[in-house]
Design a protein around this ligand. Structure first.
Ligand code: UDP
Length: 323
């Protein structure tokens, strides 16, 4: 298929692009490079430097690419930032999301795979989290992802755009070629590995008083290549739907720090700090629905595989991408 990938120069987008190219799809990447990196775009893809906020630019690029499907990775994605700057989240994620959907309507593109988030559920009543849990976001980030899912339903019923929302849990790890490089890093695993690389003295643990086995937050880390595989499968969906996407295993922050210590053979000092606003105590996916319906099966569902692949990439790219 010809696929138009918005945000294909970012961490998740770049590895999904690589996976789709490996399975024979033809890819155009549309990215403003505000968060992404030009060198993270697989050279087999066509690259268009453009902004999702610029409707004319976007619509022209979509027309030229004439894709059968769109994948939408271009969003602001930091819960803590959204708690101090909600405007950025509603503008980038919701307003620009409308731009994308309108450009699809104008150009007759009828299929979209959307980067959803487990943040739509806020604090869940139970884990593992199935798709039927109530949607109660705790942050503007989670709210913005909820609003786009709601818009998708209307664009489907009114304009016949078929959507698949993949609600990611914590994407982590790297492929051999592409990895995680945020200019301002807030994510747990890269922050821990930065200590092992000698770039930071210690890692901070945000909250050790949660109702979890060791008091630190539990998250479900899913290997980025498994997440990319789900995108390839989602292209085959014929009806609009949503899937929760995680490995199904939960690890505390302290367990992740410990795994990083073992893999890097570095002591990685850790300091406990107050809770970070907007963080639920425990998020673990049930990926039953996507496994049953699409045959998705994680290949790297051990935390050690995930951290090991991230460490391999960071060791060979200690400063991340050059651009
Ligand atoms: N976290 C932490 N120290 C860090 C970064 C994150 O203790 O330097 C915690 C954070 O509070 C959360 C978990 O690690 O409980 C995962 O955070 P991350 O930002 O990686 O992903 P999120 O779950 O927010 O999408």
């Amino acid at each position: 298929m010809k696929i138009f990938v918005v945000g294909g120069a970012g961490y998740i987008g770049s590895i999904c692009v690589e996976e789709m190219l490996n399975t024979g799809h033809k890819i155009t990447v549309f990215d403003n490079l505000a968060e992404g990196h030009r060198s993270a775009v697989d050279p087999r893809a066509t690259f268009v430097h453009g902004d999702l906020g610029n409707h004319a630019e976007l619509s022209a690029a979509l027309k030229a690419a004439a894709p059968e499907a769109v994948m939408h990775f271009a969003a602001a994605s930091l819960v803590p930032e959204s708690m101090v700057n909600p405007s950025k989240y509603f503008r980038n994620n919701v307003a620009n999301g409308i731009n994308l959907l309108d450009a699809m309507v104008e150009n007759g593109v009828k299929k979209i795979v959307f980067s959803g988030s487990c943040a739509i559920f806020g604090t869940p009543d139970r884990v593992p989290m199935t798709e039927d849990l109530p949607v109660r976001p705790l942050s503007p980030y989670g709210q913005s992802k909820t609003m786009v899912e709601q818009m998708l339903r209307w664009y489907d019923s009114i304009h016949g755009i078929q959507y698949v929302s993949l609600r990611y849990f914590n994407a982590a790890g790297a492929s051999e070629r592409f990895g995680e490089h945020h200019r301002r890093e807030t994510h747990l695993i890269p922050n821990i590995l930065a200590v092992a690389l000698g770039k930071k003295d210690h890692v901070e643990i945000y909250g050790a008083d949660y109702m979890t086995p060791d008091g630190t937050c539990v998250r479900d880390y899913i290997h980025i290549s498994d997440l990319a595989q789900a995108h390839v499968l989602a292209l085959k969906c014929r009806a609009s739907t949503c899937y929760n996407l995680g490995s199904g295993d939960g690890y505390t922050v302290k367990q992740v720090v410990e795994a990083c210590r073992k893999i890097t053979a570095h002591p990685i000092p850790a300091i406990e700090r107050p809770r970070r606003p907007g963080d639920p105590a425990k998020l673990v996916a049930s990926s039953k629905k996507i496994s049953l319906e699409l045959g998705w099966k994680p290949r790297f569902n051990k935390l050690y595989d995930i951290v090991g692949s991230a460490w391999a990439w960071h060791k060979t790219h200690p400063d991340g991408y050059p651009d």
